[in-house]
Design a protein around this ligand. Structure first.
Ligand code: 3H9
Length: 696
């Protein structure tokens, strides 16, 4: 290995790695904020420190620990795709494992990915009781590529290694201890505990090398791999990386370590070079970028939010409240009548209890969350709230009336938010005396579960109000994205062209099943018609069964309101399984005949062009108009709000993969059929013509 030579040549002036002695234990400390990613300088420093320990007869054991918020959170993702820099992480981990003196990892925060692999290279692992350990590479479309797929099953067992690598979910210190991944859990000052542990094991030989262990991988029933794949088939649908992780762990049980790591590397490089990992790595940074507000004046400070008011205890109001309650923020929830209030709070309690039944919460946590809730019929009780979220009926007059009431009650400086999905925030703001305090907080249903939060910035929204809503969103576990004011903001606005074209395609000859299948094969959780049935075909219906202007009206008029009625675009059996409906087919054909639409065979390709390419076009308009701050924000909205497959990055990243000229060509092919509903985004045309892209 050339690393020792390069350590002399390339050593940075200030290394993130430092060492200090405690008796005969050498403590190697990393300080590479924010997350101690294993960048080149860290890797180099580690190798040098190991060499220093080997050369020093006064050192009998080593501790590797990190300063700051966390143990190594993985390889440095910003280095991916750039020319590799020596020493490579796999070699660093091998160097640690082959150290002739015992090495103890002292883990706090999160030991993730390459960080866990470093810990697995150590001969022992001591963890703080709040530490979390995991291999999230799969979420980047990768697998642990520094020996992790081969060492982890040898240390933690095959089943645990499968779960950790293929799902990417981290485990807590206790679970890690129970499966053998951690040797000791400690509380309080971590490094002194790790040093004490190192002193205990300094003379133990042979050294416990993870790569040499056989006990956990011997006699493994080979059916475990297929079973695991089947159990998780739905979760892994469309993704390449989970399957490669399973394959790599299986190899660990079939081949010697030295061969296993070669296979692991091959699989890692294949994934790294693939489009899915590129999309997932892009998305990792897109999600983090979304939290950054463009043009925010320097020194903007968030307003304190100690108490939240929610108006409306319906499905949305209840779900919204739960987010704050779960984060320990008291909520005053207001309703018009006692019955609606009781029903709403009852649903919230039942939702919490259902989570407790699944083991996600303790009974005590349920009571604690519900204890933060103050239900009331009295609007005046909102007076001491720092943020008030309105979640009433989606109608401008109703919203204005509610805002008018809040205006009279809310304390000065309180942020006044509307949960509207479509309506004009500026119009609402203009109707009260303090437009600077008004913004949109558009939660997605079910609001206690869906991660997306569109924070809508009105023309007069104060910077500090916007910052507060964004930070609060993060605090309650959401992924907040800034959106400008327009009909439907980012997400729902892009849904509209899809819906218009999907409905037209029905009349022209496609079936709901065909259109839905194309979307599911693309990777969406469901197609537009299954989604309509789930959400309710009657949403937004004018409620007049004699006024039939489109297929949707016709379905509503005969009570086909979707899953809740057992019939919508599909028929549903008692287990809510859908089947094609001859009635619907008849309605569609009847409408086509009445409107003189000639029916023909529709290709899957046309469906993609008319429903997905049009979304890209709308996304481009959204960018052009400044409704979204950046293309990657559009992608974050669609991945978190509508289940766009993350392995395709989001609509704008996907458009770049397809090629913008190809998108434009496809739209031109369909332009005549889509008129008058369709018009081109100038930004899309310009970018395509200049060979540019949205996200790369
Ligand atoms: C790997 O290890 C491959 C190996 O198996 C094989 C190699 C051969 N690199 O999330 P936050 C940045 S793959 C570079 O907001 P939190 C992040 O972009 C890696 N940068 O903080 C952000 O920057 P900015 C496997 C990284 O407290 C800042 O740190 N590991 C990395 O909410 C703060 O991040 C993972 O996938 C990184 N690895 O959460 C773990 N990680 O401030 C990924 C973070 O400029 N990381 N940054 O926007 C995480 O899951 C979370 O960051 C963590 C902290 C839980 C650690």
């Amino acid at each position: 290995m050339t690393s020792e030579a390069s350590s002399v040549l390339d050593k940075p002036a200030t290394s993130p790695i430092s060492t200090r002695r405690h008796g005969d234990v050498l403590i190697i400390l990393s300080n590479n904020p924010p997350v101690n990613a294993l960048s080149a300088a860290v890797r180099l420093g580690l190798v040098d420190a190991i060499a220093q320990a080997e050369a020093d007869d006064g050192v009998n054991a080593l501790v590797i620990a990190c300063e700051g918020q966390t143990f190594f959170a993985g390889a440095d993702i910003t280095e991916f795709g750039k020319p590799p820099q020596q020493p490579w992480l796999p070699a660093v981990v091998d160097r640690i494992e082959n150290c002739s003196k015992p090495v103890v990892a002292a883990i706090h925060g999160t030991a993730l990915g390459g960080g866990l692999e470093v810990a697995l290279g150590c001969h022992y692992r001591v963890a703080d009781k709040s530490a979390r350990l995991g291999t999230p590479e799969v979420k980047l479309g990768l697998l642990p590529g520094a020996g992790g797929t081969q060492r982890l099953p040898r240390v933690a067992g095959v089943r645990k290694a499968l779960e950790m690598t293929a799902t990417g979910s981290p485990i807590g210190a206790k679970e890690a201890f129970d499966c053998g991944l951690v040797d000791r859990i400690v509380e309080g000052d971590l490094v002194p505990h790790a040093v004490a542990f190192a002193e205990e094991v300094r003379d133990v030989r042979p050294l416990a090398k993870s790569s040499e262990r056989q006990d956990r991988i011997a006699d493994v029933d080979p059916s475990v791999f297929d079973d695991f794949r089947k159990e998780n088939a739905k979760r892994f649908r469309g993704f390449e990386a989970p399957l490669r992780n399973i394959e790599a762990v299986k190899i660990a049980t079939e081949k010697p370590y030295s061969e296993g790591v070669i296979e692991e590397r091959k699989l890692f490089m294949e994934l790294m070079g693939g489009e899915q990992s590129a999309a997932q790595r892009y998305f990792f940074f897109a999600e983090r970028k979304a939290n950054k507000i463009e043009g925010l004046p320097e020194n903007t400070e968030p307003r304190p939010v100690r108490k939240v008011g929610v108006i409306g205890a319906g499905t949305m109001g209840g779900g919204i409240s739960m987010n704050f309650l779960s984060a320990g923020i008291p909520v005053t929830i207001v309703e018009m009548g006692q019955e609606a209030l009781d029903r709403g709070t009852g649903v919230m309690r039942r939702n919490y209890e259902a989570s407790a039944a699944k083991g996600k919460l303790t009974a005590q946590q349920v009571e604690q969350a519900m204890g933060y809730l103050q239900p009331t019929l009295d609007f005046a009780e909102l007076a001491d709230c720092d943020l008030i979220v309105e979640a009433v009926y989606e109608n401008m007059d109703v919203k204005k009336e509610v805002f008018g009431r809040i205006d009279k009650i809310a304390r000065p400086g309180a942020i006044l938010a509307s949960n509207t999905s479509y309506l004009d925030i500026d119009e609402i703001a203009a109707s009260i005396s303090r437009p600077e305090d008004v913004l949109g907080m558009h939660f997605f249903s079910p609001a206690n579960i869906m991660k997306l939060l569109e924070v809508v910035r009105g023309a007069k929204t104060a910077s500090d109000a916007l910052l507060t809503a964004m930070q609060l969103g993060k605090k309650i576990g959401k992924v907040p994205v800034v959106a400008g004011v327009c009909h439907g903001f980012i997400g729902n606005r892009m849904l509209m062209p899809r819906q218009i074209e999907a409905t037209k395609l029905l009349l022209e000859g496609a079936s709901p099943e065909q259109i839905d299948r194309v979307h599911v094969e693309f990777g969406m959780p469901m197609g537009p018609f299954r989604m309509a049935d789930l959400a309710g075909v009657d949403i937004g219906w004018h409620r007049d069964p004699n006024r039939i202007e489109n297929v949707r009206d016709a379905l509503c008029a005969i009570d086909r309101w979707g899953q809740k009625k057992g019939a919508g675009f599909y028929d549903y059996d008692e287990k809510r399984r859908p089947s094609p409906s001859p009635v619907v087919q008849h309605i569609i054909e009847d409408f086509a005949a009445r409107q003189g639409v000639e029916r023909r065979e529709i290709s899957d390709g046309e469906i993609v062009e008319r429903t997905l390419y049009t979304m890209v076009n709308e996304g481009a308009k959204i960018l052009e108009e400044g409704i979204a701050q950046r293309a990657s924000d559009v992608d974050v909205v669609w991945v978190y709000g509508y289940g766009w497959p993350v392995y395709r990055g989001g609509p704008m990243f996907w458009a770049d993969s397809v090629g913008l000229q190809t998108i434009v060509d496809g739209l031109k092919r369909q332009e005549e059929r889509m008129k008058p509903d369709f018009s081109f985004s100038k930004l899309l045309l310009d970018k395509a013509e200049n060979g540019e892209s949205f996200t790369r």
